[in-house]
Ligand binder design. Structure first.
Ligand code: ZN
Length: 461
Protein backbone atom coordinates (compact mmCIF):
# COMPACT_ATOMS: atom_id res chain seq x y z
CA UNK A 1 0.00 0.00 0.00
CA UNK A 2 2.79 2.31 1.04
CA UNK A 3 4.66 1.60 -2.20
CA UNK A 4 1.59 2.29 -4.29
CA UNK A 5 1.11 5.62 -2.59
CA UNK A 6 4.70 6.62 -3.33
CA UNK A 7 4.23 5.52 -6.89
CA UNK A 8 1.04 7.59 -7.29
CA UNK A 9 2.76 10.55 -5.67
CA UNK A 10 5.62 10.22 -8.13
CA UNK A 11 3.29 10.21 -11.12
CA UNK A 12 1.34 13.20 -9.81
CA UNK A 13 4.51 15.16 -9.22
CA UNK A 14 6.08 14.01 -12.48
CA UNK A 15 9.15 13.19 -10.39
CA UNK A 16 11.90 10.64 -10.96
CA UNK A 17 11.74 7.16 -9.47
CA UNK A 18 14.38 6.58 -6.78
CA UNK A 19 16.54 4.69 -9.30
CA UNK A 20 16.28 7.50 -11.82
CA UNK A 21 17.16 10.05 -9.15
CA UNK A 22 20.20 7.95 -8.18
CA UNK A 23 21.35 7.77 -11.79
CA UNK A 24 20.93 11.52 -12.12
CA UNK A 25 22.94 12.23 -8.97
CA UNK A 26 25.69 9.93 -10.22
CA UNK A 27 25.52 11.69 -13.59
CA UNK A 28 26.16 15.01 -11.89
CA UNK A 29 29.35 13.61 -10.34
CA UNK A 30 30.39 12.33 -13.76
CA UNK A 31 29.94 15.86 -15.13
CA UNK A 32 32.24 16.98 -12.30
CA UNK A 33 29.35 18.86 -10.61
CA UNK A 34 30.29 17.47 -7.22
CA UNK A 35 28.34 19.90 -5.02
CA UNK A 36 25.21 19.34 -7.11
CA UNK A 37 25.75 15.57 -6.77
CA UNK A 38 25.90 15.90 -2.96
CA UNK A 39 22.67 17.92 -2.97
CA UNK A 40 20.95 15.36 -5.21
CA UNK A 41 22.04 12.41 -3.04
CA UNK A 42 20.86 14.22 0.13
CA UNK A 43 17.47 15.00 -1.41
CA UNK A 44 17.01 11.40 -2.59
CA UNK A 45 18.03 9.97 0.79
CA UNK A 46 15.39 12.16 2.50
CA UNK A 47 12.63 11.47 -0.02
CA UNK A 48 13.02 7.68 -0.22
CA UNK A 49 14.83 6.41 2.88
CA UNK A 50 13.28 2.94 2.60
CA UNK A 51 14.38 2.16 -0.94
CA UNK A 52 17.65 0.59 -2.10
CA UNK A 53 18.48 3.77 -4.06
CA UNK A 54 17.67 5.88 -0.99
CA UNK A 55 20.04 3.86 1.18
CA UNK A 56 22.85 4.23 -1.37
CA UNK A 57 22.14 7.95 -1.52
CA UNK A 58 22.24 8.18 2.29
CA UNK A 59 25.73 6.68 2.26
CA UNK A 60 26.85 9.00 -0.51
CA UNK A 61 25.49 12.11 1.18
CA UNK A 62 27.77 11.66 4.18
CA UNK A 63 30.32 14.49 4.64
CA UNK A 64 33.07 12.11 3.47
CA UNK A 65 31.83 9.79 0.75
CA UNK A 66 32.08 8.15 -2.65
CA UNK A 67 30.17 10.28 -5.20
CA UNK A 68 30.78 8.44 -8.46
CA UNK A 69 33.39 7.27 -10.95
CA UNK A 70 34.49 7.62 -14.58
CA UNK A 71 37.01 6.18 -17.01
CA UNK A 72 40.26 8.08 -17.36
CA UNK A 73 41.64 5.78 -20.06
CA UNK A 74 39.69 2.93 -21.61
CA UNK A 75 41.80 0.50 -23.64
CA UNK A 76 39.39 -2.41 -23.89
CA UNK A 77 36.97 -4.81 -22.23
CA UNK A 78 37.65 -4.73 -18.48
CA UNK A 79 37.32 -8.54 -18.51
CA UNK A 80 40.73 -8.73 -20.20
CA UNK A 81 42.43 -5.57 -18.93
CA UNK A 82 44.06 -4.65 -15.64
CA UNK A 83 41.73 -1.99 -14.28
CA UNK A 84 43.66 0.47 -12.15
CA UNK A 85 41.41 2.50 -9.86
CA UNK A 86 42.59 5.97 -8.88
CA UNK A 87 41.38 7.45 -5.60
CA UNK A 88 41.86 10.85 -3.99
CA UNK A 89 41.98 11.13 -0.20
CA UNK A 90 41.58 14.38 1.74
CA UNK A 91 40.10 16.32 -1.17
CA UNK A 92 37.29 18.64 -0.05
CA UNK A 93 34.46 19.22 -2.47
CA UNK A 94 35.94 22.45 -3.83
CA UNK A 95 39.32 20.77 -4.39
CA UNK A 96 38.14 17.70 -6.25
CA UNK A 97 38.81 19.08 -9.71
CA UNK A 98 42.48 19.17 -8.72
CA UNK A 99 42.31 15.42 -8.25
CA UNK A 100 40.51 14.99 -11.58
CA UNK A 101 43.44 16.75 -13.27
CA UNK A 102 45.99 14.62 -11.38
CA UNK A 103 44.14 11.41 -12.34
CA UNK A 104 44.22 12.41 -15.99
CA UNK A 105 48.01 12.73 -15.85
CA UNK A 106 48.56 9.23 -14.44
CA UNK A 107 48.20 7.02 -17.57
CA UNK A 108 50.56 9.21 -19.60
CA UNK A 109 53.15 9.14 -16.85
CA UNK A 110 52.90 5.35 -16.53
CA UNK A 111 53.32 5.07 -20.31
CA UNK A 112 56.62 6.98 -20.14
CA UNK A 113 58.05 4.09 -18.14
CA UNK A 114 59.73 1.80 -20.68
CA UNK A 115 58.04 -1.42 -19.55
CA UNK A 116 54.61 -0.05 -18.61
CA UNK A 117 54.68 1.94 -21.86
CA UNK A 118 55.31 -1.19 -23.93
CA UNK A 119 52.27 -2.78 -22.30
CA UNK A 120 50.18 0.36 -21.79
CA UNK A 121 47.26 -1.08 -23.78
CA UNK A 122 46.91 -3.83 -21.16
CA UNK A 123 45.60 -1.31 -18.62
CA UNK A 124 42.42 0.65 -18.09
CA UNK A 125 42.46 3.56 -15.66
CA UNK A 126 39.40 4.77 -13.83
CA UNK A 127 38.87 7.56 -11.36
CA UNK A 128 36.68 7.41 -8.29
CA UNK A 129 35.38 10.69 -6.94
CA UNK A 130 35.76 10.71 -3.18
CA UNK A 131 34.85 13.78 -1.17
CA UNK A 132 36.42 14.38 2.24
CA UNK A 133 34.92 16.68 4.87
CA UNK A 134 38.43 17.67 6.03
CA UNK A 135 41.69 17.78 4.16
CA UNK A 136 44.08 16.70 6.90
CA UNK A 137 45.95 13.49 7.67
CA UNK A 138 45.39 11.85 11.05
CA UNK A 139 48.32 11.66 13.42
CA UNK A 140 50.07 13.72 16.08
CA UNK A 141 46.89 13.56 18.15
CA UNK A 142 44.57 14.91 15.46
CA UNK A 143 41.72 13.13 13.79
CA UNK A 144 40.18 14.33 10.55
CA UNK A 145 37.01 13.26 8.75
CA UNK A 146 38.26 11.97 5.38
CA UNK A 147 37.04 9.40 2.86
CA UNK A 148 39.74 6.78 3.48
CA UNK A 149 40.90 7.78 6.96
CA UNK A 150 44.44 8.77 5.87
CA UNK A 151 47.00 8.75 8.65
CA UNK A 152 50.66 9.20 9.34
CA UNK A 153 52.47 5.92 9.93
CA UNK A 154 55.16 5.35 12.55
CA UNK A 155 58.01 5.23 10.04
CA UNK A 156 61.14 7.38 10.47
CA UNK A 157 59.95 9.81 7.81
CA UNK A 158 56.22 9.62 8.58
CA UNK A 159 54.95 7.80 5.50
CA UNK A 160 51.30 8.20 4.75
CA UNK A 161 48.86 5.30 4.94
CA UNK A 162 45.13 4.83 4.57
CA UNK A 163 42.43 2.50 5.85
CA UNK A 164 42.68 -0.42 3.42
CA UNK A 165 39.19 -1.59 4.34
CA UNK A 166 37.75 1.79 3.34
CA UNK A 167 39.57 1.60 -0.01
CA UNK A 168 38.09 -1.87 -0.58
CA UNK A 169 34.62 -0.51 0.22
CA UNK A 170 35.14 2.03 -2.57
CA UNK A 171 36.30 -0.71 -4.98
CA UNK A 172 33.06 -2.57 -4.24
CA UNK A 173 31.05 0.45 -5.45
CA UNK A 174 32.45 -0.16 -8.96
CA UNK A 175 30.86 -2.46 -11.53
CA UNK A 176 34.21 -4.17 -12.13
CA UNK A 177 37.65 -4.01 -10.51
CA UNK A 178 40.78 -6.11 -10.04
CA UNK A 179 41.57 -5.15 -6.48
CA UNK A 180 44.14 -2.63 -7.74
CA UNK A 181 43.98 0.93 -6.48
CA UNK A 182 46.31 3.91 -6.36
CA UNK A 183 45.38 6.36 -3.62
CA UNK A 184 46.71 9.93 -3.70
CA UNK A 185 46.58 11.50 -0.24
CA UNK A 186 46.44 15.25 -0.68
CA UNK A 187 48.45 16.25 2.35
CA UNK A 188 50.54 13.16 3.08
CA UNK A 189 54.15 12.45 2.24
CA UNK A 190 56.00 9.53 0.63
CA UNK A 191 54.13 6.32 -0.06
CA UNK A 192 53.31 2.75 0.91
CA UNK A 193 52.12 -0.14 -1.18
CA UNK A 194 51.05 -3.74 -0.95
CA UNK A 195 48.07 -6.03 -1.24
CA UNK A 196 46.70 -4.20 -4.26
CA UNK A 197 46.57 -0.74 -2.69
CA UNK A 198 49.32 1.80 -3.44
CA UNK A 199 49.21 4.93 -1.30
CA UNK A 200 51.01 8.08 -2.34
CA UNK A 201 51.41 11.27 -0.36
CA UNK A 202 50.91 14.35 -2.50
CA UNK A 203 50.95 14.19 -6.27
CA UNK A 204 54.15 12.30 -7.12
CA UNK A 205 53.24 9.97 -9.97
CA UNK A 206 56.85 8.78 -9.93
CA UNK A 207 56.24 7.46 -6.42
CA UNK A 208 53.00 5.93 -7.74
CA UNK A 209 54.95 3.79 -10.22
CA UNK A 210 57.22 2.52 -7.41
CA UNK A 211 54.28 1.78 -5.12
CA UNK A 212 52.47 0.09 -8.00
CA UNK A 213 55.54 -2.19 -8.24
CA UNK A 214 54.79 -3.23 -4.64
CA UNK A 215 51.01 -3.37 -4.82
CA UNK A 216 50.58 -5.00 -8.25
CA UNK A 217 53.91 -6.73 -8.84
CA UNK A 218 54.60 -7.91 -5.30
CA UNK A 219 58.11 -6.43 -5.68
CA UNK A 220 60.36 -5.44 -2.78
CA UNK A 221 62.34 -2.26 -2.19
CA UNK A 222 65.80 -2.29 -3.74
CA UNK A 223 67.11 0.64 -1.71
CA UNK A 224 69.28 0.13 1.36
CA UNK A 225 68.28 3.22 3.33
CA UNK A 226 66.44 2.32 6.51
CA UNK A 227 62.97 3.86 6.46
CA UNK A 228 61.47 1.89 9.33
CA UNK A 229 62.02 -1.30 11.32
CA UNK A 230 61.19 -4.14 8.95
CA UNK A 231 62.61 -7.22 10.70
CA UNK A 232 64.88 -9.71 8.96
CA UNK A 233 65.06 -9.45 5.14
CA UNK A 234 62.92 -11.97 3.31
CA UNK A 235 63.27 -13.78 0.02
CA UNK A 236 61.10 -12.22 -2.66
CA UNK A 237 61.06 -11.81 -6.43
CA UNK A 238 63.72 -9.10 -6.65
CA UNK A 239 65.34 -9.22 -3.20
CA UNK A 240 66.81 -12.14 -1.28
CA UNK A 241 68.40 -12.85 2.08
CA UNK A 242 71.05 -15.25 0.77
CA UNK A 243 74.10 -13.93 -1.08
CA UNK A 244 74.67 -17.19 -2.97
CA UNK A 245 73.98 -16.42 -6.66
CA UNK A 246 72.95 -20.04 -7.29
CA UNK A 247 70.13 -19.70 -4.79
CA UNK A 248 68.95 -16.30 -5.98
CA UNK A 249 65.32 -16.04 -7.21
CA UNK A 250 66.93 -14.55 -10.35
CA UNK A 251 69.62 -17.28 -10.74
CA UNK A 252 68.33 -17.89 -14.29
CA UNK A 253 69.33 -14.34 -15.22
CA UNK A 254 72.84 -14.85 -13.85
CA UNK A 255 73.11 -18.18 -15.68
CA UNK A 256 71.96 -16.54 -18.91
CA UNK A 257 74.63 -13.87 -18.32
CA UNK A 258 72.15 -11.01 -18.61
CA UNK A 259 74.22 -7.87 -18.51
CA UNK A 260 74.23 -6.05 -15.23
CA UNK A 261 72.44 -8.76 -13.23
CA UNK A 262 74.27 -10.26 -10.26
CA UNK A 263 74.22 -10.09 -6.47
CA UNK A 264 74.40 -6.63 -4.92
CA UNK A 265 74.18 -6.26 -1.18
CA UNK A 266 71.96 -3.53 0.21
CA UNK A 267 68.21 -3.77 -0.33
CA UNK A 268 64.90 -3.97 1.54
CA UNK A 269 65.86 -0.93 3.58
CA UNK A 270 68.96 -2.76 4.93
CA UNK A 271 72.63 -2.21 4.22
CA UNK A 272 73.61 -5.79 5.11
CA UNK A 273 71.97 -9.19 4.69
CA UNK A 274 69.75 -8.34 1.72
CA UNK A 275 70.70 -8.60 -1.95
CA UNK A 276 69.22 -7.09 -5.11
CA UNK A 277 69.80 -8.04 -8.77
CA UNK A 278 71.48 -4.87 -10.10
CA UNK A 279 73.88 -2.26 -8.79
CA UNK A 280 71.11 0.34 -8.87
CA UNK A 281 68.72 2.33 -10.97
CA UNK A 282 65.59 0.15 -10.73
CA UNK A 283 62.25 1.83 -10.09
CA UNK A 284 62.14 -0.29 -6.93
CA UNK A 285 65.21 1.60 -5.75
CA UNK A 286 64.42 5.11 -6.95
CA UNK A 287 65.33 4.91 -10.62
CA UNK A 288 63.50 5.36 -13.91
CA UNK A 289 63.42 1.80 -15.33
CA UNK A 290 62.45 -1.54 -13.91
CA UNK A 291 65.54 -3.79 -13.76
CA UNK A 292 65.50 -7.04 -15.84
CA UNK A 293 64.32 -9.12 -12.86
CA UNK A 294 61.47 -6.77 -11.94
CA UNK A 295 60.55 -6.51 -15.62
CA UNK A 296 60.14 -10.28 -15.93
CA UNK A 297 58.11 -10.43 -12.71
CA UNK A 298 55.76 -7.66 -13.85
CA UNK A 299 55.12 -9.14 -17.30
CA UNK A 300 54.32 -12.54 -15.78
CA UNK A 301 52.05 -10.84 -13.27
CA UNK A 302 50.16 -9.13 -16.12
CA UNK A 303 49.65 -12.46 -17.87
CA UNK A 304 48.51 -14.13 -14.68
CA UNK A 305 45.45 -11.90 -15.03
CA UNK A 306 45.20 -11.37 -18.79
CA UNK A 307 44.78 -13.81 -21.65
CA UNK A 308 47.12 -13.09 -24.60
CA UNK A 309 44.04 -13.75 -26.77
CA UNK A 310 41.66 -10.83 -26.42
CA UNK A 311 38.85 -12.12 -28.64
CA UNK A 312 38.10 -14.92 -31.09
CA UNK A 313 35.43 -16.17 -33.47
CA UNK A 314 33.54 -18.35 -34.01
CA UNK A 315 33.12 -19.11 -30.28
CA UNK A 316 35.39 -22.01 -29.30
CA UNK A 317 33.96 -24.90 -27.28
CA UNK A 318 35.15 -26.89 -24.31
CA UNK A 319 37.27 -30.03 -24.49
CA UNK A 320 34.31 -32.26 -23.76
CA UNK A 321 32.26 -30.78 -26.55
CA UNK A 322 32.40 -32.70 -29.79
CA UNK A 323 30.39 -30.02 -31.54
CA UNK A 324 31.83 -29.36 -34.95
CA UNK A 325 31.68 -26.79 -37.70
CA UNK A 326 30.86 -28.04 -41.17
CA UNK A 327 33.18 -26.98 -43.96
CA UNK A 328 31.07 -26.20 -47.03
CA UNK A 329 31.88 -24.68 -50.39
CA UNK A 330 31.53 -21.26 -48.73
CA UNK A 331 34.58 -22.09 -46.62
CA UNK A 332 35.16 -21.25 -42.97
CA UNK A 333 36.88 -18.27 -41.45
CA UNK A 334 38.50 -18.23 -38.02
CA UNK A 335 39.64 -15.07 -36.30
CA UNK A 336 41.80 -14.43 -33.27
CA UNK A 337 42.53 -11.01 -31.83
CA UNK A 338 45.67 -10.99 -29.68
CA UNK A 339 46.45 -8.30 -27.14
CA UNK A 340 48.57 -5.54 -28.64
CA UNK A 341 51.63 -4.23 -26.84
CA UNK A 342 52.83 -0.92 -28.29
CA UNK A 343 56.34 -2.21 -29.03
CA UNK A 344 55.83 -5.55 -30.77
CA UNK A 345 53.18 -7.97 -32.00
CA UNK A 346 52.37 -11.30 -30.45
CA UNK A 347 53.26 -14.46 -32.40
CA UNK A 348 50.31 -16.32 -33.91
CA UNK A 349 50.44 -19.94 -35.10
CA UNK A 350 47.54 -21.76 -36.78
CA UNK A 351 47.37 -25.57 -36.93
CA UNK A 352 44.93 -27.76 -38.86
CA UNK A 353 45.38 -31.30 -37.55
CA UNK A 354 43.51 -34.44 -38.66
CA UNK A 355 41.65 -36.13 -35.77
CA UNK A 356 43.93 -38.62 -34.01
CA UNK A 357 46.99 -36.59 -34.84
CA UNK A 358 46.46 -33.89 -32.24
CA UNK A 359 49.09 -33.67 -29.49
CA UNK A 360 47.99 -35.44 -26.30
CA UNK A 361 44.53 -35.97 -27.67
CA UNK A 362 42.88 -32.60 -27.63
CA UNK A 363 45.16 -29.78 -26.54
CA UNK A 364 44.13 -26.87 -24.42
CA UNK A 365 41.55 -28.65 -22.33
CA UNK A 366 39.97 -26.17 -20.01
CA UNK A 367 40.70 -22.84 -21.53
CA UNK A 368 38.56 -23.78 -24.49
CA UNK A 369 35.42 -23.07 -22.54
CA UNK A 370 34.28 -19.52 -23.04
CA UNK A 371 33.85 -18.76 -19.33
CA UNK A 372 37.39 -19.73 -18.52
CA UNK A 373 39.02 -17.70 -21.26
CA UNK A 374 39.15 -15.00 -18.74
CA UNK A 375 42.10 -15.70 -16.47
CA UNK A 376 40.70 -13.24 -13.97
CA UNK A 377 37.72 -15.47 -13.39
CA UNK A 378 39.86 -18.59 -13.37
CA UNK A 379 40.83 -17.61 -9.84
CA UNK A 380 44.03 -16.27 -8.49
CA UNK A 381 45.61 -19.56 -7.52
CA UNK A 382 44.70 -21.44 -10.67
CA UNK A 383 47.50 -21.05 -13.18
CA UNK A 384 46.67 -21.87 -16.79
CA UNK A 385 49.47 -24.43 -17.04
CA UNK A 386 51.77 -25.06 -19.96
CA UNK A 387 50.24 -26.10 -23.24
CA UNK A 388 51.34 -29.44 -24.69
CA UNK A 389 54.13 -29.19 -27.23
CA UNK A 390 53.11 -29.16 -30.87
CA UNK A 391 55.03 -31.75 -32.85
CA UNK A 392 53.87 -30.53 -36.23
CA UNK A 393 54.74 -27.31 -37.97
CA UNK A 394 51.99 -24.71 -38.07
CA UNK A 395 49.96 -24.17 -41.22
CA UNK A 396 50.41 -20.47 -40.89
CA UNK A 397 52.82 -18.73 -38.57
CA UNK A 398 52.95 -15.01 -38.42
CA UNK A 399 52.83 -11.99 -36.27
CA UNK A 400 49.33 -10.62 -36.13
CA UNK A 401 48.40 -8.05 -38.75
CA UNK A 402 48.69 -4.34 -38.14
CA UNK A 403 44.99 -4.24 -37.37
CA UNK A 404 45.77 -6.66 -34.58
CA UNK A 405 43.68 -9.62 -35.64
CA UNK A 406 44.73 -12.82 -37.40
CA UNK A 407 42.45 -14.90 -39.63
CA UNK A 408 42.58 -18.40 -41.07
CA UNK A 409 40.44 -19.25 -44.09
CA UNK A 410 39.68 -22.91 -44.73
CA UNK A 411 38.66 -23.99 -48.21
CA UNK A 412 36.81 -27.21 -49.01
CA UNK A 413 39.10 -27.99 -51.94
CA UNK A 414 42.21 -28.03 -49.74
CA UNK A 415 41.21 -30.75 -47.26
CA UNK A 416 40.37 -34.44 -47.52
CA UNK A 417 37.11 -35.63 -45.95
CA UNK A 418 37.32 -36.23 -42.21
CA UNK A 419 37.46 -34.47 -38.89
CA UNK A 420 40.05 -31.82 -38.05
CA UNK A 421 41.11 -29.79 -35.06
CA UNK A 422 41.81 -26.17 -35.89
CA UNK A 423 44.08 -24.64 -33.27
CA UNK A 424 45.36 -21.11 -32.90
CA UNK A 425 48.18 -20.44 -30.49
CA UNK A 426 49.22 -16.96 -29.49
CA UNK A 427 52.41 -16.24 -27.60
CA UNK A 428 54.16 -13.12 -26.43
CA UNK A 429 57.84 -13.35 -27.36
CA UNK A 430 58.34 -10.50 -24.85
CA UNK A 431 60.92 -9.16 -27.26
CA UNK A 432 60.12 -5.56 -28.19
CA UNK A 433 61.78 -4.28 -31.34
CA UNK A 434 65.40 -3.45 -30.66
CA UNK A 435 65.74 -5.71 -27.59
CA UNK A 436 68.51 -8.30 -27.84
CA UNK A 437 66.73 -10.88 -25.73
CA UNK A 438 63.23 -11.69 -24.52
CA UNK A 439 62.28 -9.73 -21.41
CA UNK A 440 60.90 -12.93 -19.84
CA UNK A 441 63.40 -15.78 -19.80
CA UNK A 442 61.61 -18.19 -17.43
CA UNK A 443 57.87 -18.84 -17.77
CA UNK A 444 57.30 -22.05 -15.80
CA UNK A 445 53.52 -21.75 -15.87
CA UNK A 446 53.20 -21.05 -19.57
CA UNK A 447 51.57 -17.68 -18.86
CA UNK A 448 52.83 -16.07 -22.06
CA UNK A 449 50.88 -18.43 -24.29
CA UNK A 450 47.21 -19.09 -24.98
CA UNK A 451 45.13 -21.04 -27.43
CA UNK A 452 41.72 -21.45 -29.05
CA UNK A 453 40.55 -24.63 -30.76
CA UNK A 454 37.63 -25.82 -32.91
CA UNK A 455 36.47 -29.09 -34.49
CA UNK A 456 35.81 -29.02 -38.23
CA UNK A 457 34.06 -31.68 -40.32
CA UNK A 458 34.99 -32.01 -43.99
CA UNK A 459 32.17 -33.97 -45.69
CA UNK A 460 32.60 -36.70 -48.32
CA UNK A 461 32.70 -35.12 -51.75
ZN1 ZN B 1 64.26 -4.23 -9.82
Amino acid sequence: MHTILIFVALILAGADTPDEALAKAQGKARKLQFKAAQVAYTRLARAHPDTAAGRIAAKRSQPSAFLGWDWVLYNGDPANRIDVVLMGEGYQVGEMKGFVKLAEDVPGFFARNRLLGAYSTYFNFLRTDLVSADNGVDGFGRDYDTALNGRTLSTNAGHVGIDTKAAWDVLRELPEHDGQAIVFVRNGILGTGGGGIATIGGKSIKTAVHEFGHSFGGLSDEYATETHKRGAPRRGKNVTNDGDPKKAPWAHFIEAKVRGVGMYEGASGQVRGAWKPTSGGCVMQSGEFFCPVCTEALILRMYSVLDPIDASSPPALSRQSSEELLLTKDGLEFMVQPLRPTTHRLDVNWYVLPEGNTPLGVPNPDRASARRYNRKHAGRTRKPGRLPLMKTKPWIAHRSARTGSSTLKLKLSKLDPGRYRVICRVKDSTQPRGERRPLVIKDLDGLLESERAWWVRVPEK
